[in-house]
Design a protein. Structure first.
Length: 374
């Protein structure tokens, strides 16, 4: 028996469909499945994965000093008054959100169609600015989460890690104190240690650093960076005691260059072109250091670049002994034209003195590509 649908019945059926899907979409829009961020936790951000590349040939690991990424609100326990709307730099919300937008665009550009798996950051004030990068820039269309904890730094600038959980899954993290057995009055940023797995299979330990500045002169401040290097070396050695093929990535703004005592002698991060079988850490920035190229120009030296931002990897990653292999055996300084001041061809900073320039940072990003071979 054939049943003929009458036009009136079909019309009602379509109306009910529209109403049903309208109510469903209204409910879904109201119930955004995201956690409210609080400092110190692994933050769960937008869960969409637009722009991800399935089974990529490599994963990109990035480090960037964001240069004074303060939130405009005043923190009463931090020396951040200058970076408020009424402060010396007149750090308004418009300027702040412009910088947030710029950072999102930068990380998309660095990805070159395959968004970075991990992004280490320094000079971020708090979890609010990290949340804004992920929710109020183009990164809202991606799946990033972040790890952050308030540091003891008197200005309130911290280190943090952004990561794509589809590519890298943290298993644990810890902020390593750097004043252990030292002068209790010496207060600086802690080192962020994250242990996790790439592609659910290959373990890796990541250390994010921002070592003490050269304020007061290099010689006067050397002992501070030497102290931090010694503490980091202890943790690296403990990784090797557990597994002599540990996959270790060390990134950061070290405020020292690859050939300085803290890095070459204390941390023992060798030059890949001058290495031997006993070397366990390879500083991938040595080629730039030898050529006089860098990631940063000091305010009092407009012509000579310094290699302050570096990525160091373990022997296992450099040679691909334990599931991860460094692609092309090198790191890259990202030098896109939009990061530069056209007049002096140096990184376009946010401020030059008290003059607002609207740039990204006084540092350039660095990155490596790794292949998951397990």
């Amino acid at each position: 028996m054939r049943i003929d649908f009458q036009p009136a019945i079909m019309t009602n059926f379509l109306i009910y469909q529209v109403l049903f899907f309208g109510m469903y979409w209204s409910w879904f829009s109201r119930h955004d499945l995201r956690f409210t961020p609080t400092s110190g936790d692994i933050m769960h951000m937008d869960s969409s994965i637009h722009g991800c590349v399935e089974n990529p040939e490599y994963e990109r690991i990035v480090f960037y000093n964001t240069e004074n990424l303060f939130h405009p609100s005043n923190d009463s326990v931090k020396l951040d008054d200058d970076f408020t709307p009424s402060g010396e730099f007149h750090w308004t919300y418009n300027r702040y959100y412009r910088k947030i937008s710029n950072l999102g665009k930068l990380f998309v550009a660095i990805g070159e169609g395959n968004m970075p798996a991990v992004i280490g950051l320094c000079e971020v004030e708090n979890g609010i600015v990290l949340n804004d990068i992920l929710k109020k820039s183009v990164l809202k269309n991606h799946s990033y989460k972040f790890i952050h904890k308030e540091s003891p730094d008197i200005r309130g600038i911290d280190v943090a890690l952004l990561y794509d959980p589809m590519k890298f899954k943290p298993e644990k993290y810890e902020y390593l104190k750097v004043n252990k057995n030292a002068n209790p009055e010496f207060i600086t940023r802690e080192i962020l240690f994250v242990s996790g797995v790439f592609h659910k299979t290959v373990k890796c330990q990541i250390f994010v650093n921002h070592w003490p500045s050269r304020r007061g002169g290099k010689l006067a401040s050397d002992k501070k960076r030497n102290l931090v290097a010694g503490i980091l070396k202890q943790y690296i050695d403990s990784c090797y005691m557990r597994d002599n093929r540990s996959n270790v990535i060390i990134m950061g703004d070290f405020n020292d260059e690859p050939g300085d005592h803290s890095l070459i002698k204390i941390l023992e991060a060798c030059d890949p072109d001058d290495s031997n079988k006993s070397d366990l850490l390879y500083n991938l920035m040595f080629p730039y250091y030898r050529k006089g190229e860098g990631t940063h120009y000091r305010i009092n030296n407009f012509t000579e670049a310094s290699v302050l931002d570096q990525i160091i990897v373990s022997r296992a990653i450099y040679f691909g002994d334990n599931g991860i292999k460094l692609k092309n055996g090198q790191s890259i300084i990202y030098k896109n034209v939009f990061l530069y001041d056209k007049k002096n061809k140096r990184p376009l900073r946010t401020y030059q003195g008290l003059k607002y320039l609207g740039g990204y940072s006084d540092h350039l990003p660095v990155y490596i590509d790794i292949q998951i071979i397990n």
